[in-house]
Design a protein around this ligand. Structure first.
Ligand SMILES: [Ca+2]
Ligand SMILES: [Ca+2]
Length: 76
């Protein structure tokens, strides 16, 4: 049990510190409905730890969706 918790904590730490995240996750795999944009919901499915603030700051045109370009510039 404690080993399992440690593993989950480790994954969380890796995700939270993921400077290489944008490079490590393909846009197409995050864009669940393949409409060419990543919504906050889609992003949280790929990265549960991501905050809405980070999403908003990456969404340059404030349409609540990340284009491929905005996604690439995502800072975590
Ligand atoms: Ca989408
Ligand atoms: Ca946008």
């Amino acid at each position: 049990m404690s080993k399992r918790i440690a593993t989950v904590a480790l994954i969380g730490a890796l995700t939270a510190s993921g400077a290489a995240f944008a490079q490590g996750i393909a846009f197409g795999s995050v864009d669940g409905d393949q409409d060419g944009f990543v919504s906050y919901e889609e992003l949280t499915k790929a990265v549960p730890s991501i905050s809405e603030e980070i999403f908003m700051s990456a969404d340059k045109d404030s349409d609540k969706l990340l284009s491929q370009e905005e996604f690439a510039a995502l800072e975590l």
